[in-house]
Write a protein that binds this ligand. Structure first.
Ligand code: CTP
Length: 434
């Protein structure tokens, strides 16, 4: 297979230095890389460094193209298999969404006929600003893959989403895009033209709906266990992986019931969502949602709740007395679904572990009575990041995946679940007639 060609557009920002590592990873994987530096990008990395690492000429401005003789911008934008923007600044995303062609980078992005992947990096407020979110939604609607930025402490000292995803995660997203484009070109014969195919977000083949006729239940997010009207016990689950799985299941054609703890995430298209607060509410909604073909329990359910919930806010009485907090154990939703007469044919649990990941997951598989455990190695990365390194632990063995963006984990998991359900029972024999 011919070496894959990446056109890498590097925007300005403190994260631009990570593009150097990205170029190194892409080269190591045998890809050809051409770099384009925006004027702002040039403030952070030098063309010389990028030229040395990419072993290719680096383009820095529209007028650099030797008057279109050596290689015009149209050709430069189209000879690549994938255009990657990393870091994609708020300004660059806004220009892309608005169709600007004010410098070399934006001209290339407007002229290209190839898939575009953007890895954002900016201050948390800028990322959360309605204008940026609107631009990202526009770009996604246009078929651009915009990665979720990482969450964490930023160079500016603030905390939240906005950090450039790690180079390994961007590389994984690039691999996925290239694979998706390849898969797309295989099925393109069933569609009118490549244009039709490329108008699909993420280039998913329009007719690839392997979960059509299946009903899937997913739990996601944390639970909140009240102590009094203003306080609760909770955990750091962001809900992102569960929501990505719900989105991927719906994209794959399933009827999806998402039972979500309190998280400020939008409901993915085509998903039926029920919001709950506590573990006991979640358990009741899960029981009411059965039977299903597969249940995927991604929620980080609080193991304990306050034994008694106070009807009024607990007050300090000034004496230094610290009120005791007695806890009661919450129902184990996954284990009770496994015991239920309505146990789904495929029951999947999740486990975030920091150490002895596989051993803990194998023990959990047996203890909970489910079919698979998706073990999530959170030793290097706390909850809330944009990517996951998972191992699918089953009684038959362990399938370990590379670190992938959460939406890629979700899609891959859906493919595996579709294969498993098909192997157990063809689609017609399940709830297709419900
Ligand atoms: N789970 C559940 N109900 C609970 C606790 C966990 O349904 N009360 C599910 C989770 O959704 C997940 C799986 O069980 O799919 C494993 O969750 P985890 O918190 O890792 O399991 P625990 O039994 O709480 O084990 P640990 O001691 O490692 O926290």
């Amino acid at each position: 297979m011919a070496a894959k060609r990446i056109l890498l557009i590097i925007g300005g920002g403190i994260a631009a230095y990570k593009s150097i590592e990205l170029v190194r990873l892409l080269r190591k994987a045998g890809m050809t890389v051409r770099c384009v530096l925006t004027r702002a990008g040039e403030q952070f990395v030098t063309p010389l460094t990028l030229a040395a690492l990419s072993e290719n000429k680096v383009y820095t401005d529209l007028f650099d193209l030797k008057d279109e003789v050596e290689m015009g911008h149209i050709q430069l934008s189209r000879e690549a298999d994938l255009v990657v923007v990393a870091p994609a600044t708020a300004d660059l995303l806004a220009k892309m969404a608005g169709g600007h062609a004010s410098d070399l980078a934006t001209t290339l992005l407007l002229a290209t006929d190839k898939p575009v992947l953007a890895a954002p990096a900016m201050n948390v407020r800028m990322w959360l600003h309605a204008a940026t979110q609107r631009n990202v939604a526009t770009l996604r609607g246009d078929g651009v893959t915009v990665m979720e930025p990482d969450e964490g402490e930023m160079a500016c000292g603030e905390y939240g989403p906005g950090r450039l995803p790690e180079p390994e995660a961007i590389k994984a997203a690039i691999d996925e895009q290239l694979a998706a484009s390849r898969a797309g070109s295989r099925v393109s014969t069933s569609l009118d033209t490549n244009e039709v195919l490329q108008s699909q977000p993420d280039f998913a083949p329009a007719n690839h709906r392997p979960l059509h006729g299946r009903r899937i239940l997913i739990t996601a997010g944390p639970t909140h266990e009240p102590i009094d009207p203003v306080r609760y016990i909770a955990n750091r689950s962001s809900g992102k992986q569960g929501f990505a799985i719900a989105a991927a299941a719906a994209e794959a054609g399933a009827e999806v019931l998402l039972i979500a703890g309190p998280v400020p995430l939008p409901t993915p298209p085509g998903v039926i969502r029920i919001d709950v607060e506590t573990a006991r509410e979640m358990a009741a909604e899960v029981a009411a949602g059965l039977p299903v073909d597969a249940a995927i329990m991604v929620a980080a359910v609080a193991d304990w709740r306050a034994a008694e919930t106070q009807g009024q806010k607990i007050k300090k009485d000034g004496s230094g007395f610290v009120p005791p907090l007695a806890l009661a154990e919450n129902p184990d939703i996954l284990a009770s679904v496994a015991q239920s007469p309505d146990r789904p044919p495929l029951l999947v649990g999740f486990a975030a572990e920091t150490n002895d990941v596989i051993a803990h997951a194998q023990a959990k598989l047996a203890r909970k009575g489910c079919d698979w455990i998706v073990a999530n190695d959170v030793s290097a990365d706390p909850m809330g990041g944009a990517s996951n390194r998972v191992h699918i632990v089953t009684p038959a063995g362990v399938d370990s995946w590379d670190r992938l963006p959460k939406d890629a984990v979700a899609r891959k998991l859906m493919e595996k679940i579709a294969d498993e359900l098909d192997a157990r029972a063809p689609p017609e024999s399940t709830h297709a007639a419900d």
